[in-house]
Design a protein around this ligand. Structure first.
Ligand code: C2E
Ligand code: MG
Ligand code: MG
Ligand code: MG
Length: 286
């Protein structure tokens, strides 16, 4: 009957929910373990390039996790978990420390850009964490850049801005990430003197065949010029993307066309071993 079928659906639904909650709890425990043991977490780096000179001005630090059973998990999946279970400060601290140490070894003097999420803002803890990472690594403050999204600014906005002011007063640069995808972008530009605007990859990729998206990219690039702010086009994958964003006036570019995010040279041998082990595992379970 329909009633019985309804009950069945409900049971399936409950089962599905339970599975998801279990998976979540397992993921949380594993992430905690990875942070405790300093095991399986890595930082990859992707160059950001000056569109006119082709020189690397900065490298963005992007966290990676090699889960013992599942292999590589994307930050899009585990950063929100870290946020929700109170591990974001530890995860953020790990990335900040690794990135500053790594950048201190770069001979080309490029900056390092570190992403900061909502949960790290508005608590007064960001500036001390940034200062500790700078002191410990010996990196000049001017070589560190902090990336925040518009969405991250929405929570406790006044306090979040206060945290950003404190780090900017140290000489650290602050970038507005994924510009155009959040809420009231222009209000954020008035609330804080960002050093850089990163145009979301979705606009960049659509700008090739959509005049409306090209117009958005151009308007942001113009705005950047007027404000004296660098504009980075994210997600540049092809020569056509590059030509388009150059035409629209962006000053810097980032994307697979130049390079994928890559491990630090010190981590590369370990990563190669992990990848090989994963390939063997998958081959034998087939
Ligand atoms: P994001 O900060 O906007 O970083 C850019 C994302 O675009 C990265 O994804 C990068 O690998 C990807 N990307 C770069 N070039 C291209 C391209 O040409 N095409 C395409 N399709 N994608 C490209 P990833 O590493 O998976 O990170 C996703 C997001 O996770 C980041 O977006 C950032 O919001 C967050 N995230 C990454 N690392 C950290 C971290 O250490 N801390 C925090 N709080 N968030 C992080
Ligand atoms: Mg970013
Ligand atoms: Mg981005
Ligand atoms: Mg993003």
């Amino acid at each position: 009957s329909a009633k019985a079928a309804g009950k069945g659906t409900l049971r399936l639904f409950q089962h599905d929910m339970e599975c998801r909650i279990h998976e979540r709890v397992r993921l949380e425990a594993k992430l905690r373990g990875a942070l405790d043991g300093n095991d399986g977490l890595f930082v990859f780096y992707q160059p950001i390039v000056d569109i006119h000179t082709g020189k690397t001005t900065a490298r963005e630090a992007l966290v990676r996790w090699h889960h013992p059973q599942r292999g590589w998990i994307s930050p899009g999946e585990f950063v929100p978990v870290a946020e929700q279970c109170g591990l974001i400060d530890r995860l953020g601290g790990f990335v900040l420390q690794s990135a500053c140490r790594e950048a201190a070894t770069w001979r080309d003097g490029a900056r390092v850009a570190v992403n900061v999420s909502a949960g790290q803002l508005g608590k007064g803890t960001l500036a001390p964490a940034v200062l500790a990472a700078l002191v410990e690594s010996g990196l000049e403050p001017g070589r560190l850049e902090i990336e925040v999204t518009e969405t991250a600014l929405l929570t406790e906005e006044a306090d979040a801005i206060g945290d950003l002011r404190r780090i900017r007063d140290m000489g650290v640069r602050v970038a507005l990430d994924d510009f155009g995808t959040g809420y009231s972008s222009l209000a954020h530009l008035r609330a804080f003197p960002f050093d850089k605007i990163k145009i979301d990859g979705s606009f960049v990729r659509d700008a090739v065949d959509r005049p409306d998206c090209a117009a958005v990219v151009r308007a942001i690039a113009e705005l950047g010029k007027r404000l004296g702010v660098t504009t980075v086009a994210e997600g540049v994958e092809t020569q056509a993307h590059l030509d388009r964003v150059r035409e629209e006036g962006c000053s810097e570019v980032q994307g697979y066309f130049f390079s994928r995010p890559m491990p630090s040279e010190r981590d590369a041998p370990l990563i190669e071993r992990l990848n090989a082990a994963l390939r063997d595992e998958r081959a034998s379970s087939r």
